[in-house]
Every structure is written in C-alpha cells, then in structure tokens.
Design a protein around this ligand. Sequence first.
Ligand SMILES: [Zn+2]
Ligand SMILES: [Zn+2]
Length: 294
Amino acid sequence: MYLKLLSEKQIKKMMRESENQITRLTESADSGIFNERVLVLVFESMKWDIHTLCITASVNCKLHALAKRILWRELCLYRAPRMMSTLTEGSSNKRIIGGWQALAKLLFFCGGCEPTRYFKLARSSPGHFVKSSRFSKTSGQSFLTKKCRGDVLYVSDPCEHQTGDKNDDVGIYRGVFRSFMKSRTREILIRKRVDFEVGVRCPYCGARVWSMTAAQLIPRKTAARRLGSSDDALEYFVCLNGHMHGTCWLVHLSSDEDDDVDDDEDERSEEDDDGDDFTDSDDGSSPNQCSKKR
Ligand SMILES: [Zn+2]
Ligand SMILES: [Zn+2]
C-alpha cells in the first residue's frame, strides 16, 4: 500500500540509496585487512614478524601489492632503523634500488651457497631464515679496495654452514651498498667492462652479478681477516642493484691464535654504533616461505 503512494521516481531513489548502503557495508566488511593504517598497526603489534608478512603477502594480489608498496619498507625501517637511515640518507620515502622486498629478504635470509668458478665446493648448502644478524658498515669497508673506500657497504657477520666433508666450515655473508648506482665500485666494474658471472644470480633480487674475484676488486687481506678466513679462500658477488653475497672457508683457531681473537673482539666492540642488530623472533618457518615474496 505504502509503495503505491510513492511515485516511480521516489522508489528508484530509495533503491539507489539502499544499493549504496549495501556497497558501503560490503566495502567496510573486507576493507579492514586492506586498510593500510590498520595493517601497519597490526604488524607493529607483532614487531614486524617476517614470517607473518611473507604469508600475508602471498594471500592474494591485493595484499601482495600492498606489501610491495608499504609493508616491506615499514618492516625494514622498524627492524633496522639506523642501517635504513644510512641507506636512504635520512629519507624514509626514498626509493631503494632493487626494492624494499629484496632488502627485507637480505636482512632476514642467509642465501646458502653453491660451488662457483672461484669457490669450489663438493656440494651446495641451502638458504634459510636467520634468527639474528648483525650488519656493519665498518665491516663493509674491509671488503672494499682502497680506491672504493668512499662507498658505503653494509656487510653481515658470516653464517656458519657445516659441509660435512671437511673440518672447515663455510662462512656465508651478505650485504648491501648505499646508492650503488653512484658508487665508485660500480663505476670501476663498468669501466673495466667486467662480464657478468655466468650461472650466478642475486639470491635477493634475481639480478645478474659481477664476481669481485674476476673484477680483481677484493682486498683479500682485510676481507679475510674480517671473516676469519684465509686470503685465498673467499669470493663474493655484487648484483646490478648493489646487493652483495659471498662465501669463505672459516679457519678454526688453534690455541696459539687466541691472541688474534682478542684483537678482533676489540674492533667489533668499536663498531657497535654503526650497524644494526636485530633478532628474528620465530624459527618455525621453512626457507621456502621466503620465496613467496619474490
Ligand atoms: Zn646460513
Ligand atoms: Zn640483488
């Protein structure tokens, strides 16, 4: 009866309003998870747990895009603030070459190792999430030749991998340049026309890499001393986006060499102000989960 009293125009208007209401309800019902502010707060409350973020980013395209645009960056800024401040030269909105996603992976994932041209191994060792890492730019200076020491390079401590067939362990380390496109290292690699290494890709962004051994850009003494390796037992690669990954044979110290350990400890404590220590809170996920965010 009531409807009969309304004109056709009024009924159409009411239907339009009701449709709008339904649309608004539907949007608000599923927008919580897609609301950037809400997601950032949720992750903040979880101290930006890397495993949860990997899973979230692999749920669907929308969340993948949101993680790519905001969440990986926020995770890096939260978990390694001093290092990020240096890498971005103080501007948190700055674009990072290679992307924030690759940088987040570099912070939390040891890439494992495979035999390469200048580093022979009987078998490869798989990558894995790391519980904690320490990156230092003072440490990075040990991996730069004299003419490249104006560059800023962060390098992690080596992660020890048992190979099973030797007494020595393989040390696996990783790092990242600040503003690699403007670095002296890149300039020299380009000027010397060093070829990309065949069959090796960056474990963090998938880009092609230069072998620093082939480029003759490894200061072997300082790098080996920093790693606890011998001069001829290390190799590292730098990718087009300025990510570094490398391997070395770790030397087991005899009791005669204990004095050297003390020297090294002194240097390490001096560096405490230039790097970032962080601890990953969960160790329950498989390394495969990380590949979901690539
Ligand atoms: Zn490792
Ligand atoms: Zn890379």
